[in-house]
Design a protein around this ligand. Structure first.
Ligand code: ADP
Ligand code: MG
Length: 694
């Protein structure tokens, strides 16, 4: 979200939305008014008709209406409020445990009441426990809802009714300001009109709408939106592709002794998979067209070496390499590895991150422009305007899902000559299901490393409820006493560095106290770079045995002696993220490693299923698919965390039936209706950037 788009149609322009609601809305991914219009119900209730009490059954929630015969508060172990309701056909008891005295007073004998909820069998016949209700006078007539009632995914600090009102206002605002109304010239969307009309429909479907279809995401109105969103993402991928097609790539046909020297210095041989993908990449680099290749390989499969080989090949042909990393820790890690590997070969590797000092940066900029730096490794800092290469021939992007399309794009402008594009190698451990890859990347070629280096035993994952904490702490002590090392990862639901740092510090105190014999260290995102570095260095060399940390270590930290990881509150993280985290252990040949998921009870069904998946499989590909499948109703947090891509409505697994039509439409639009194509991309993707941490 850029500053610009934050201010435009800011959510605060709606009545009743102040700073506090804004925070909650932001947590739901709602930043501006159109975002609110896109926040769709995850289920609907039918409150359009009143069911006689006598014919109401126990299976489905119902709306009933009747007269209050009496209301009493009784003590039966705890305080309870009973109201007896009679509608001429039957009697029903409303029962509440949490209530204010004012509520008791309002539920006055002789008043009318309307309740919506599930009926259960009770001691005095039919009952409803804590239904939603509305009290009114006998002379008042209130209407039933004319539409299905939307129920939205929400978050703490934002009540359902308030959210509903905000969304209603957002739709009116969009109407008045002519937002989301542009339509394609050719497409016949007449059934629902333009996008705004479709959204309105889904926020308030008429009662006769097929509820089953709506729940399954199969209603034509939903299908239209899903298709549109997929088209937008495909266009975006396509735009990048078109941009590339006009350009030549740096053909790198020369071989030098670097590669052999490098192999000779390595203490191990490449795996067959690594060899195979390196061949594919080198073939691409020989060609005159810019390579666009996605290198997929599970955590620990050894992608870095392959990237290193590519940069070496670029150097052999006198081209520079840029390697982009999503976090400083990862950039530093790679910088250390590359320096170790390449220093003796006389290759100059440099590091640029947000922490690089101004003086060093000035020098680096000069050296880079003069071509004295062969490989530049860094974070987002590399995107800065002043950073120019003399002859950039290769861009390597590690853990790509964290960079936005626009950022990938901006790297094309750093190569020096305008009619040339550097080769792009994108490396990711988050396996992207084929269907999704097609959506995100269009025609990107894929290489897969499908084996781990020899001797690696899969990480054994199991879960423990928090009440077994003491035992888990003992286990850490045992592991550390044998010279091995452990991580203890602290997670936080809020997107706040500060809170996260705080709870990591508390955890650090707790663990240090209970384990006086173990040397414990702490890293979190709030620490200064030198502090972080020295803690990780001490962990690496064994001066620290247990590292209490936040998810900052998710990518990059490579300490093979670490064989145990505790993840606290794993239910807060998406599956792919958990998998990535646990990939920090199990990095040493012929050594067993363990990951313990320490969860708080009770777990929701979804959380339980996630944890089960982690215990059952180590296959990153399966995990990614499961991740997509489980992102369901109301699971906003999971969606944002999955990091795969920012989809509002579509789910490429559930909606795979639409991928082909969407692709055809994307091609058609990019050929014949470029104006509308751009509208779609702006509408669904806009300036969104996936991630930033520089
Ligand atoms: P990832 O694919 O997760 O980025 P890395 O590139 O960080 O994995 O590699 C993980 C570890 O495996 C590193 O310590 C690396 O040196 C080591 N490694 C890579 N390839 C091999 C190999 N062929 N044999 C043995 N160890 C290897
Ligand atoms: Mg890696």
């Amino acid at each position: 979200m850029t500053e610009e788009s934050k201010d435009l149609h800011s959510i605060q322009e709606l009545k009743g939305v102040g700073p506090k609601s804004t925070t909650s809305l932001n947590n739901l991914g709602i930043f501006n008014i159109p975002d609110a219009a896109f926040h769709l119900p995850f289920r609907y209730e039918d409150r359009s008709f009143i069911t006689p009490i006598s014919s109401a059954n126990y299976q489905t929630p119902v709306l009933i209406e009747g007269e209050i015969m009496k209301s009493t508060v009784v003590f039966r172990g705890r305080r309870m409020l009973f109201s007896e309701i009679y509608d001429g056909t039957g009697k029903l008891t409303m029962r509440m445990f949490n209530f204010a005295m004012a509520q008791h007073k309002a539920l006055e004998k002789g008043k009318m009441i309307r309740c919506y909820g599930n009926i259960t069998p009770g001691p005095n016949g039919k009952q409803m426990i804590h239904p939603q209700y509305q009290v009114f006078g006998k002379e008042d007539s209130i209407e039933v809802e004319k539409n299905l009632t939307p129920i939205y995914p929400t978050t703490s600090g934002m009540q359902q009714n308030k959210l509903k009102k905000i969304i209603e206002d957002a739709l009116i605002y969009c109407d008045e300001n002519n937002l989301l109304k542009e339509e394609s010239e050719n497409k016949d969307y007449s059934e629902f009109g333009n996008l705004l009309e479709t959204l309105k429909f889904l926020h308030k479907p008429p009662v006769e709408t097929n509820l089953y279809e709506l729940i399954e995401g199969k209603h034509p109105a939903q299908q239209k939106l899903i298709k549109e969103e997929l088209v937008a993402h495909m266009l975006c991928a396509g735009i990048l592709k078109n941009e590339l097609e006009g350009r030549k790539g740096p053909s790198m046909v020369k071989n030098s002794s670097y590669e052999k020297d490098f192999f000779d210095s390595l203490p191990f041989n490449l795996t067959n998979s690594q060899r195979k993908v390196w061949d594919e990449i080198r073939d691409d680099m020989l060609a005159m067209v810019p390579m666009r290749r996605l290198l997929q390989g599970d955590v620990g499969s050894g992608k870095t070496i392959v990237g290193a080989l590519a940069s070496l090949h670029a150097k052999s042909n006198d081209w520079q390499t840029a390697m982009l990393c999503p976090t400083e820790i990862l950039a530093e890690q790679h910088f250390t590895s590359f320096s170790d590997w390449f220093e003796s070969l006389g290759i100059k590797v440099s590091l640029l991150t947000g922490s690089t000092k101004a003086k060093d940066k000035a020098l680096l900029i000069r050296e880079l422009a003069e071509g004295n730096i062969d490989i530049l490794i860094g974070t987002h800092a590399i995107f800065q305007q002043g950073i120019k290469f003399k002859n950039l021939g290769l861009t390597i992007i590690d853990e790509q899902h964290r960079f936005g399309v626009h950022q990938r794009f901006s790297m094309l402008e750093k190569g020096g000559e305008t009619n040339q594009s550097p080769h792009q190698l994108i490396m990711t451990a988050t396996p992207i299901p084929r269907t999704l890859a097609m959506t995100v990347y269009g025609s990107l070629e894929t290489s897969i490393i499908d084996e781990l280096p020899p001797g690696r035993n899969p990480v054994q994952t199991s879960s423990r409820p928090d009440k077994l904490r003491e035992k888990v702490i003992k286990r850490v002590e045992e592991v550390c006493s044998t010279g091995k090392r452990a991580y203890w990862v602290c997670t936080l639901i809020e997107d706040s560095d500060e809170l996260e740092a705080q709870s990591a510090e508390e955890l650090y105190k707790e663990i240090s106290n209970s384990l006086p014999k173990v040397k414990v260290g702490l890293v979190h995102g709030r620490l200064k770079k030198d502090q972080k570095d020295s803690v990780i260095e001490n962990f690496r060399n064994g001066d620290i045995q247990l590292l209490v940390c936040t998810t900052v270590i998710e990518v990059g930290v490579d300490v093979p002696e670490a064989t145990l990881m505790i993840i606290e509150n794993p239910e807060r993280l998406g599956l792919s993220q958990l998998h990535q985290l646990r990939g920090r252990v199990g990095r040493k040949a012929n050594t067993d490693s363990h990951c313990l998921l320490l969860y708080k009870e009770p777990l929701s069904g979804l959380a339980e299923e996630r944890i089960k998946t982690m215990e059952e499989t180590n296959d990153g590909f399966k995990i990614a698919e499961k991740d997509l499948e489980l992102r369901g109703a109301g699971d906003i947090y999971g969606i944002r965390q999955s990091g795969l891509m920012d989809l509002k409505i579509a789910n490429p697994i559930r909606d795979s039936n639409l991928l082909l039509v969407a692709q055809e439409e994307a091609i058609e639009l990019s050929r014949n209706e470029q104006g509308f194509a751009k509208t779609l991309v702006d509408r669904w993707i806009g300036n969104r950037v996936d991630y930033s941490d520089s």
